[in-house]
Design a protein around this ligand. Structure first.
Ligand code: PEP
Length: 257
């Protein structure tokens, strides 16, 4: 079986100022460092305004924690008031950037073409996009979830080489499970994550597909992570609410114990 290092990524959304960010990362990282938790990759995804503080802390203390942003511009620079570019994030030491989160698709009208451009912008700057796909409740009830997610995957990765696709992290996040307390069952998660990997096999080949990490996201917490991680095509989790609590997030990262 391919070795994919499990990834636990905490999406803070629009929470925590830079002082609160420092406090949380300190708590988190000291606890992770103490436990020599190197089998699992732990990453935080704070608001833009926190990133410089997080960088200083992580570098200064050599913390075993990665970080990234929640969004980026599809453009490299220029007259795009209010936007943040890939080069800016790379300069801050970000390794990851979330692209196509369902909240951005729904509230900021991000369509597949824009998501595709953002994935390309991330890769052009050596950032791994954490590409979110997922169906709403209506699509799930009509049993269109697998096709919907595979279509979103195809559209987001359009034009990429297999080498580029290997750097992408895919996150399956059923919209009906985000922030609702309704977790998908491990079987639901595996059904879609397995189908997404199969689609990667068909488009980019077995070798590439086996190296891409596919995460599940949607009301993940310490109490349900082990069952989800037991599934063969789930390589980690994207964690919203529970990532704001240091103890809960560390517990999630300790799922193998
Ligand atoms: C998310 O928004 O990526 C997410 C998974 O949120 P929550 O864990 O709060 O459902």
């Amino acid at each position: 079986a391919p070795v994919r290092r499990p990834l636990m990524a905490g999406n803070w959304k629009m929470n925590l100022n830079h002082l609160e960010a420092i406090a949380l990362v300190q708590k988190l990282a000291f606890s992770l460092n103490d436990q020599q938790l190197t089998d699992v990759e732990a990453v935080v995804l704070p608001p833009f305004t926190d990133l410089r503080s997080v960088q200083t802390l992580v570098d200064g203390e050599k913390l075993l924690i990665g970080y990234g942003a929640q969004n980026l511009s599809p453009y490299q620079s220029g007259a795009y008031t209010g936007e943040i570019s890939g080069p800016m994030l790379a300069k801050l030491g970000c390794q990851y950037v979330v692209v196509g989160h369902s909240e951005r698709r729904a509230y900021y009208y991000e369509d597949d073409a824009l998501v595709n451009a953002k994935v390309a912008a991330a890769l052009a700057n050596d950032l791994s996009p954490i590409l979110c796909v997922g169906e709403g409740l209506e699509v799930r009830e009509q049993l269109g979830h697998v096709a919907h997610c595979c279509d979103q995957l195809d559209a987001a990765l359009k034009g990429l080489t297999p080498e580029q696709v290997e750097k992408v992290v895919v996150a399956y996040e059923p919209v009906w499970a985000i922030g609702t307390g309704k977790t998908a069952t491990p079987e639901d998660a595996q059904e879609v994550c397995g189908a997404l990997r199969q689609r990667l096999v068909e488009t980019y080949g077995q070798g590439t597909a086996e190296r891409v990490r596919i995460l599940y996201g949607g009301s993940v917490k310490a109490a349900n992570i082990a069952g989800i991680m037991a599934k063969p095509d789930v390589d980690g989790a994207l964690i919203g609410g529970a990532s704001l609590d240091a103890e809960e997030f560390v517990q999630i990262c300790r799922f193998p114990e």
